[in-house]
Design a protein around this ligand. Structure first.
Ligand SMILES: Nc1ncnc2c1ncn2[C@@H]1O[C@H](COP(=O)(O)OP(=O)(O)OP(=O)(O)O)[C@@H](O)[C@H]1O
Ligand SMILES: [Mg+2]
Length: 289
């Protein structure tokens, strides 16, 4: 089963990747004299997967009030791997929690794949998140009484997958993050880095369109962090996929297509990385000069 699941999983992502390449080739035929300026213009036509406009969030009341977000504007396009950086307390976790629908905003707009959590009831939110979003919490949030495999299987069970199949798929994903031999372990029996990998497996097991990760490599050594990022990027390949990663870890910047910087509850800059330009040029079949 795990071998078959692995094949299906890989086939699905290869299919998405090929589809995207084909779409881009078709586009490239219409752009023979393609230049950087055309590239930027063309990118604006891409689908916006996440649109945040003027998001505000305040915690507490009176003297203890903290303005965590003071009008955040951010757009993330499909196919993008966006990293979010900034000093501690600048609002990164608050922002991605709102994007992933685990926290309500006070004001502004936040639309994810044309859906706004503010217009959904609790049940609809849970269902939408279960089908479309994978979230890696900064503090992992594993359920202490469940084994690693059971924790990873939770999103599948929410989506109505039968328990046996859910556990098999959870084991297969745990194998891919190097924890194939710890599937029966409880969270308390795992190291911080192992718990983090369980949290990452849980975020991708249901093949979500949007993966949002809060410091996914903070407890991992360089090699494991690299492997985990490769896996996240692999899962988030395709025209309908988006990866948003909050990080302080400069070692994983190479996986970003764009880097957004936050400070004091605002986005202060968004930078295209060399990878963003070269990946897209490669897919469009355009030379690098
Ligand atoms: N539940 C809460 N109650 C009160 N204040 C909060 C709460 N959560 C966050 N804050 C405050 O909101 C601000 C933004 O917090 P947030 O966790 O979003 O920052 P961050 O950029 O993720 O920081 P870090 O890099 O340390 O994780 C901080 O000043 C924080 O103290
Ligand atoms: Mg945080």
């Amino acid at each position: 089963m795990s071998l078959r699941a692995n094949e299906v999983f890989l086939d699905y992502h290869r299919y998405n990747y090929r589809l995207r390449r084909q779409e881009n080739r078709n586009l490239a035929q219409h752009l023979p004299e393609y230049k950087d300026k055309d590239f930027n213009r063309m990118k604006n036509k891409d689908t916006i997967a996440v649109r945040c406009k003027g998001i505000t969030k305040t915690y507490g009341t009176g003297d203890t009030q903290v303005h965590a977000l003071s009008g955040v504007d951010l757009e993330v396009r499909t196919g993008e791997h966006m990293m979010l950086v900034g000093p501690s307390g600048s609002g990164k976790t608050t922002l991605i929690s709102i994007i992933a629908g685990v926290l309500d905003r006070d004001g502004g707009e936040c639309v994810v794949f044309d859906h706004d959590f503010a217009h959904m009831n609790r049940y609809e939110k849970t269902r939408y998140r279960g089908q479309n979003i994978g979230f890696v919490f900064q503090l992992f949030n594993l359920i202490p009484s469940l084994s690693a495999a059971e924790n990873v299987a939770v999103p599948l069970l929410i989506n109505g997958v039968r328990r046996r199949e859910a556990i098999d798929r959870a084991r297969e994903i745990l194998g891919r993050v190097g924890l194939g031999n710890r599937t029966f372990s409880l969270p308390e029996e795992l190291s911080g880095g192992q718990q983090q990998r369980v949290a990452i497996a849980r975020a991708i097991v249901h093949n979500p369109r949007l993966i949002v990760c809060d410091e996914p490599t903070s407890a991992l050594d360089h090699e494991t962090g690299h492997k985990v990022m490769e896996l996240l990027c692999q899962v988030a390949v395709g025209t309908d996929r988006v990866l948003i990663v909050v990080t302080h870890d400069a070692r994983i910047f190479e996986f970003a297509s764009r880097i957004a910087k936050m400070d004091d509850g605002h986005i202060i800059s968004v930078t295209n990385t060399p990878r963003y330009i070269s990946d897209e040029k490669k897919e469009l079949g355009v030379s690098h000069d």
